[in-house]
Design a protein around this ligand. Sequence first.
Ligand code: ATP
Ligand code: MG
Length: 559
Amino acid sequence: MSDREPVAHFIRSIIENDLAAGKHSSIVTRFPPEPNGYLHVGHAKSICLNFGLAEDFNGACNLRFDDTNPEKESEEYAQSIQDDVRWLGFHWNGEVRWASDYFETLYQCGETLIKLGKAYVDDLTQEQMREYRGTLTEPGKNSPFRDRSIEENLDLFRRMRAGEFADGARVLRARIDMQSPNINMRDPVIYRIRRAHHIRTGDQWCIYPMYDYTHCISDALEGITHSLCTLEFEDHRPLYDWVLDQLEPEKMVPCHPRQYEFSRLELHYTITSKRKLNQLVTQQFVSGWDDPRMPTIAGMRRRGYTPSGIREFARVIGISKSLNVVDMSVLEGCIRDDLEASAPRVMAVINPLKVTLTNYEAGVTGTRTGEFHPKRPELGSREVPIASTLWIEADDFLENPPEDWHRFKPGGEVRLRYSYVIRCDEVVKDAAGKVVELKCSIDHETLGKNPVGRKVKGVIHWVSAEHALPIEVRLYDRLFTEARPDADKERDFTEFLNSESLRLVQGWAEPCIRQAAPETHYQFERLGYFVTDRKDHDANGKHVFNRVVSLKDSWAKPA
Ligand code: ATP
Ligand code: MG
């Protein structure tokens, strides 16, 4: 489903070369989320890469849950991740896979490593292990338990599995090199004892494999050809390879996939850390994981971002090993371009000012047909009804406007979009001096025609008060006021939340949107792109619209 020409990048070249050289006849990638939170825009980059490459090369992409931390994982998260991948428009190969499907094999691989003298059971406490590990500048020291016999290790490992020891009492460690300059290679823990209920395996296991150990074996068992991950795993690659180098000759795994790293996406004006997103939810700074201000895929969906817009974003930001810090305006631009091409246009007023047409004549004053999209006739058209009372945007009227003001003013004329030119004859104010109504007259000669003898430059949007549908409008803005809310170590990122990221207003829209289903997009002319809320909009009851994105980039710095 590649939308546009794929962008060249180093991983794509590697795959092309591997296929050309006959190293693989087809490719298999995977997306390996941990079901411990909702996916965010950074994950969308990884999804588009993994699933996108599989599509481009007629290969396959697996969805595999990395479910090795039972305490943090839940069925809700696993479900949301599947929904998100599907919504983005991708299909995984076969059934959803779970690292826990391989727990028995992973355990057997552990025994194999022990039998090879490549793993041992260690009794050091966590604190002692930390001491023995050394630092970036100092080598580690061997544990006194490192030279246990194979028999003793096998026996202890089996008894770990059987539940004979307390949580944390012992671990299984790979026996690699405590002097390695790479700390990941200093006899990393590969199994720990933890009595925790697992979402898939229940209480079947009280030992759980560690991520690094699980990941490479799972990749190999699934015949993954290119295992793509973010750069923080670069230092873990030697361990990935070490584990498979031990197990492949023993026929415990069928192949040795290759890991390639790319830089993670960081998006300005938001955060891409599951832990911090979780904090926003649990501390109720937002209404939930799918709050339309959240950079989660569920949040972006509810906000009205489109799968094709997000895929285009992933395409333009590219894949490399250099820093991938992108401004929010790039994402907003991709969404705007997508909606510009696809969303029907209607009129709505979100800050209403009453206009009374003093010479409106029922049956004489006509209406016009409006096309839903100037470039997409197939979207059709609708009648735009008119009556004697209208709502216009209060911001389109100024009592004392500057010279170059082309919109409405006392005595001035404007064209009502799809309708007549009207003149403002009288300004009505309340006791406090606030403008509450404009009394206007229609030039009946101007329906679909220019007025004679003068130019009217301004065109404003409006709705007929009698026909209009009341709508609740949620005006969303960026969640943070700072480009990098979590950059300051001294201050908590929640200090930079934008207090104006949500404004609720009541407005009016053309009646033609009455039947809109949830998740229907519109351009409200001159206001921006809006979507009917996925949860709260009800075509038969409350009409709720979220602002997806404004028409122009209002955050752009003045030139
Ligand atoms: P954690 O492991 O701390 O829970 P995570 O963001 O790494 O968080 P995973 O579920 O492990 O979450 O991520 C699944 C995949 O998405 C991984 O391959 C990871 O590299 C990738 N990924 C995560 N964050 C980003 C990002 N910001 N940009 C690109 N890819 C990302
Ligand atoms: Mg991770």
